[in-house]
Design a protein around this ligand. Sequence first.
Ligand code: ATP
Ligand code: MG
Length: 338
Amino acid sequence: MSQNKYGLDIGSSNFKMCFRDQVLNEKNMIAVTRKEVVGIGDDAYDMYEKVPENIDVSFPVKGGVIADIYNMQILLSKFWQKINGTKRSMGVSDFFIAVPRNVTDVEKRAFYELVVRSGIKVRNILEVDKPVADAVGAGIDVQNAKGIMIVDIGAETCEMSVLSLGGIVESKSVKIGGNRLDEDIIYAVRNEYNLVIGNKTAERLKIGLACAGSNFNSISMTGFGRNVLTGLPTSCQISDEVINSSIKEPLSTIVEEVRIFLENTPPEFAVDIIKNGIFMTGGTSGIRNIDELFRKNLNVSIKVVNTPQESIIRGLMRIMADSRMSSLAYVPDDRLFE
Ligand SMILES: Nc1ncnc2c1ncn2[C@@H]1O[C@H](COP(=O)(O)OP(=O)(O)OP(=O)(O)O)[C@@H](O)[C@H]1O
Ligand SMILES: [Mg+2]
């Protein structure tokens, strides 16, 4: 193993990378013209929905898998340079990649190939199953704990898993997450206020106002957009009530998926899951009172982990640093080089 170990959690909305004690967490976005890259990460997100036609701003990961490997390679190498700062690492590096479970072999292999082709000098590439890294990041003693259920709600996927003694017993992934909530917010704001807003505004309103619990706060935020009737740019006060009722339906779809998964969990693990509660991670678990919604509907205690968006990368950081957890990382079967 080299001294330079990097962890990667490449999401549909956010790119997370760790190196030593640093975490880089930026929008997984790239802005390009036909000739050059004009922005990456959070800078590209700033440009999103504001750029002229000759600039293309896009997310290279869709539904939790790499859809545009070329741009993803550029992003990886630029983020790698960014996390290394001026003291650019000259030696070889090892990579620990968090990989999703419920994808095809080709989709899974793309994460590995991405690192191989990034132009970075790499010695070892190891993979860690996302639910395992997630659970370690949630502070669970994964190798000894029995019957742990973890639900990661990201931007485009909701991955639910049951772990026991370091292995995955069951897991399932559905293609729903925070982006669906943003779409429903766009629709509701258009209906209620005759205001056309973009995805960025929808996400901002969601993070500022959304609450999955029963008590609303009667708060509001300014939403900027275009009036449907006049076609002119305008702004208005958007109430949390409108936001909260718009996200009810996608949230209950997620709850329902988790309920089905829980019902199909082998009974020998049910006792432990009830005892331990369900752990919730992923950015969308940051919605206020989401624990209340799940607890009411599933009758199980719910623990939303701290900074849920960074649970996987935190888990990778611990696995990389602690040799007792080295068995949680594995060399992919179809490796391309030694
Ligand atoms: N405080 C918050 N309240 C509500 N939603 C939030 C909050 N913080 C982040 N989000 C949402 O979480 C999502 C991003 O979470 P995360 O980084 O876990 O997803 P990802 O890993 O990029 O996606 P995926 O795992 O689905 O590929 C976005 O939809 C974002 O709007
Ligand atoms: Mg994710």
